[in-house]
Design a protein around this ligand. Sequence first.
Ligand SMILES: [Cu+2]
Length: 198
Amino acid sequence: MNYKLVTAFSFTLIALAMNAALAGDIKGKVHLEGSSNSAGILVYIEHVDSSFAPPQKHAIMDQKDLMFVPEILPVLAGTTVDFLNSDDVLHNVFTPSGCAGRFNLGTWPKDKIRSHTFTKADCFAILLCDVHPDMQAWIAVLQNPYFTFTDKSGEYEIKNIPPGSYVLKVWCPFYEVRSSSVYVKDAGIIQKDFNLKR
Ligand SMILES: [Cu+2]
């Protein structure tokens, strides 16, 4: 290998190592007032100053056993969601949420799919089925990929966040939305706990 190539290669390695090092983590615990179950609460950073390409792969929202699965589907803005019917009965998908364009995809049978692309970030679109009024779910359209769910004990962790000042938000259906300013440093872990009221 010639000297120039080795030098260029070394600089690339150093740049990669520096990039990997310049990131912090946020972790904490979320408690839902009046509930013993704090699993599946969405925790996300509202805005990160960068653009994030949506995945080519479609996300899937299933309709199975007369329920939307999952109940909350977080996606990056620009993601296409495939709505699948896995039941023997007809299902419909519509949303009255303005930020998602108030669409109605119609009604379709088992094993068929209809799709919709969610383009607008900061949108929590409620999904309903006009055949089964008890069915509901949410598509959380987010600006960046720094989001996660709480586990059974209400704990969450978002890793490898670029350094900066952010608004960290916690979202759970039927509870108040909570937010907190966070400053992520070049390294280390920030602890942020939340207590959500109905
Ligand atoms: Cu249905």
